[in-house]
Design a protein around this ligand. Structure first.
Ligand SMILES: NC(=O)c1ccc[n+]([C@@H]2O[C@H](COP(=O)([O-])OP(=O)(O)OC[C@H]3O[C@@H](n4cnc5c(N)ncnc54)[C@H](OP(=O)(O)O)[C@@H]3O)[C@@H](O)[C@H]2O)c1
Length: 308
């Protein structure tokens, strides 16, 4: 039986690109026009607000991203239709590159050397001991684990925080809300790779950011909502935190005039730490639809109760 598929992505240019990548990866599907009111599968990234009023989705929704927060926020999203998200699809390698760059930049004090260069100062700083430079990764999912593996060769003490207990060789895993303080206390660099859910929004507020040791760096690669902006700025201004590398923001693009833009201790990138790759993502979605059609469960099913 031919699977009837609809694509819903925000811009027309994007839609053309996604439709051609998806149709090439899954040529046996019937690709429907936007006004279809009954489909087997919806492939979507931030679908239009009235999508589920206009269109009945019978079998599954494939989210064209790892984070499902925007999709799950739609009040009309049917609860009985399974949602699948991208797992890796080329993002893990990119995250590992970005996170490694941020950690090494902090460990090797490249910002301090850049400041010395501006002052014309030729001055070696004392070497630092990797054994006392802990790195904590919040979120030990597909992306968090890829970051841990990329950091492993450098010999930093590695810590991870997740909702449920896990065993990862060479990593001290902290699980659940009561374990967060111990995890943060070990982090010279804290890398955030948590999903945005009711359990994680505003997680890194003044209290919890202060659990990081003095001089720590925060690297947020997940979602802006996880960090309380004003609390982060206050801790940087107070000198408790040394720096923050931020790829994600509560409002994107980051509004002009936001205090992050010109803060000397903040590095900003425009949500580029792991781009969604069209061909790799389309191939994963195509495999998922084929699995469904064959009566198998595709990978990446979202747990609607926990929101990720
Ligand atoms: N900046 C970018 O370009 C970009 C690109 C892709 C993704 N992202 C973000 O990265 C996030 C992570 O992606 P992923 O594929 O690695 O997700 P994932 O595989 O679902 O992993 C999520 C991890 O977070 C943990 N977690 C969830 N809720 C928690 C809570 N309340 N307390 C403690 N830990 C909690 C989970 O714990 P368990 O292991 O116990 O389940 C799991 O380890 C996405 O949700 C998205 O927001 C950003």
């Amino acid at each position: 039986m031919t699977v009837r598929v609809l694509v819903d992505v925000p811009s027309t240019a994007d839609e053309t690109r996604w439709r051609s990548a998806l149709a090439a990866a899954y040529p046996e599907g019937e690709w429907l026009a936007d006004d279809a009111n009954d489909v087997d599968v919806l492939v979507a990234w931030r679908p239009r607000a009235d999508r589920f009023v206009r269109t009945r989705v019978r079998r599954a929704i494939f989210n064209l991203g790892a984070g499902v927060d925007a999709l799950l926020a739609l009040p009309t999203l049917p609860f009985d239709v399974p949602v699948y998200r991208l797992t890796d699809a080329g993002m893990a390698e990119q995250m590992a590159q970005y996170a490694t760059a941020a950690v090494l930049r902090a460990f090797r004090e490249l910002d301090a050397y850049a400041a010395q260069q501006r002052d014309g100062a030729w001055r070696a700083r004392p070497p630092r001991d990797k054994a006392t430079f802990g790195v904590a990764v919040l979120g030990l999912g597909v992306l968090g684990r890829a970051v841990i593996e990329a950091l492993r060769p450098f010999g930093f003490p590695l810590h991870g925080w997740a909702r449920t207990p896990a065993t990862l060789p060479g990593v001290t895993v902290h699980a659940g809300p009561d374990a967060l303080r111990d995890c943060l206390a070990e982090a010279a660099v804290c890398i955030c790779l948590l999903p945005s859910t009711p359990g994680t929004r505003d997680l890194l507020d003044a209290t919890r950011l202060a659990w990081l040791p003095r001089g720590a760096h925060l690297v947020n690669l997940a979602r802006g909502e996880l960090v309380v902006d004003a609390d982060l700025v206050a801790l940087l201004d107070a000198g408790h935190l040394a720096g923050a590398t931020l790829d994600v923001f509560r409002t994107e693009p980051l509004p002009a005039g936001h205090p992050f833009w010109h803060h000397p201790a903040i590095t900003i990138t425009p949500h580029v730490s792991a781009a969604t790759l069209h061909e790799a993502s389309a191939a994963q979605v195509a495999d998922g639809i084929r699995a469904l059609a064959a009566g198998r469960e595709p990978p990446g099913r979202v747990d609607r109760m926990h929101g990720y």
